[in-house]
Design a protein around this ligand. Structure first.
Ligand code: HQG
Length: 188
């Protein structure tokens, strides 16, 4: 599959911004679960359906999901990453996590994270990756000097902490206490 063009990446970022953080900036209102009619998004962002479909299909992380309702209308939402200020509930079922998940973060955050745990900050959840390469990509959005933390997810689940898996494979949980975290030695 070919990658998005630079222009398409720009539009994709704008869609993420609108669907996750600032729907009102495009005059849109999300429903309780984060969905908006595709036709409304197209009008608001002056896109054609073909342009939107290409961006959704080629998106490197499948950030957006489109679902058809009983009346035949298509609705779209971001699969994860919403700001807390946007009061949506993705309504994902609890999911049994693998033994270990990963979180990539700038090294400068490490001291604070090992003292206070992983916090969702401005988002609804702490975001965790299925594998180390993905965690490195997430961390490198912010810094060249990234540390990957192992999250002892199965132990957390056994202690009653709830996990969800977004439609695009990101693991979500409320917070991760320091006891469940160990920094991976940097040999990558
Ligand atoms: C850090 C992207 C100090 C945390 C990615 C992270 C992901 C702490 C930052 C998704 C801390 C929050 C989310 C503490 C957490 N002390 N720093 N106690 N607790 N942090 O962007 O996980 O490309 O909200 O380590 O791929 O980086 O947008 O979270 O560095 O899936 O689709 O605070 O965003 O997806 O940053 O990324 P973020 P994240 P997209």
């Amino acid at each position: 599959m070919t990658a998005l063009t630079r222009d398409q990446v720009r539009v994709s970022r704008r869609i993420s911004m609108v669907l996750r953080h600032r729907p009102e900036s495009a005059g849109l209102t999300l429903d309780a679960n984060g969905w908006v009619p595709v036709t409304e998004l197209l009008t608001a962002l002056r896109l054609t359906r073909a342009e939107l479909d290409e961006i959704v299909e080629k998106n490197d992380k499948s950030r957006f999901a489109i679902a058809r309702r009983d009346d035949g209308a298509d609705w779209i939402r971001a699969s994860q990453g919403h700001s807390r200020r946007v009061g949506v509930d993705l309504d994902l079922p609890p999911a049994e996590p693998p033994a270990v998940l990963y979180h990539g973060t700038p090294r400068e955050n490490l001291g604070s994270i090992m003292r206070h745990g992983l916090r969702p900050r401005s988002r609804h959840h702490v975001h965790l990756s299925q594998d180390v390469p993905t965690a490195l990509v997430v961390g490198r959005r912010r810094s060249a000097d990234v540390v990957v933390l192992e999250v002892h997810a199965a132990a957390m689940a056994a202690a009653g902490h709830v996990f969800h898996r977004s439609d695009n494979g990101v693991w979500l949980t409320a917070v991760v206490a320091p006891a469940y975290l160990s920094p991976k030695p940097t040999n990558q």
